[in-house]
Design a binder for this molecule. Structure first.
Ligand code: DX5
Ligand code: ZN
Length: 218
């Protein structure tokens, strides 16, 4: 089994002290950045300007989750801002092949995110194009929501689909991940855990990250 990667989500950080906040999680190799437009999701966060300002202050890789519609016009700016992964939603990309190919052509790793109401089969035609699959375990838009247990079978199905594809795709989960839900998603096959409140909501960030990494008793 590959090790569990915890990617803290900046959405739960104190936006008035972003530099200090990312310094506090320097142990994490990945930082998850949620871009929201108030249209595809009912909340507004930050965009390429903030991402590029953060780029100079950390060695972490940037896992950028775009929750915006349209998404295509912002891929280049996101790549230039310093993204390593760029994840788009299967629900709002009408020409998903072109979008994913554009992300790779920009030098980033393409990811596809899937909302709770979308079946896993929606990803069957893009498995050859993506390096990351991000299963939403809450409805996207806000941090601090409760984990949707109903998504566990989907994580298991996608884990099998990835195995059958023979490709090296990272199975990630996002939403409501904490020390109680982390072992469940890991048992279902998830390898990258995005966590906002469970990291930035705790005073001791190192131990918060460690509590999500396991090893878990099974
Ligand atoms: C939700 C975002 C998540 C969010 C998770 O739309 O995609 O990345 O920050 O927050 P928690 O971990 O608090 O559920
Ligand atoms: Zn996210």
């Amino acid at each position: 089994r590959s090790p569990i990667i915890v990617a803290p989500s900046l959405l739960a950080a104190d936006f008035a002290r972003l530099g200090d906040e990312i310094a506090s999680i320097s142990r994490a190799p990945w930082l998850h950045l949620d871009v929201m437009d108030g249209h595809f999701v009912p909340n507004i966060s930050f965009g390429p300007g903030v991402i590029s300002a953060l780029r100079k202050h950390t060695d972490a890789k940037f896992d950028v989750h775009l929750m915006i519609d349209p998404v295509d016009p912002y891929l280049e700016a996101t790549a230039k801002a310093g993204a390593d992964h760029i994840t788009v939603h299967v629900e709002n990309a009408p020409h998903i092949h072109r979008t994913l190919q554009t992300i790779r052509a920009l030098g980033c790793r393409p990811g596809i995110a899937i909302c709770p109401g979308t079946p896993p089969e929606a990803l069957s035609e893009v498995l050859d194009l993506v390096d990351i699959i991000l299963v939403m375990t809450v409805n996207p838009g806000f941090g601090g929501q409760s984990f949707l247990e109903s998504q566990l079978p989907k994580i298991r199905t996608l884990s099998r689909m990835i195995e059958d594809s023979g490709r090296d795709i990272v199975l990630a989960v996002d939403g409501g991940i904490d020390p109680v839900t982390a072992p469940k998603v890991v048992a279902a096959g998830a390898r990258m855990l995005v966590a906002g409140s469970a990291v930035f909501g705790k005073p001791d960030r190192d131990s918060a990250i460690h509590a999500l990494e396991g090893p878990f008793k099974e």
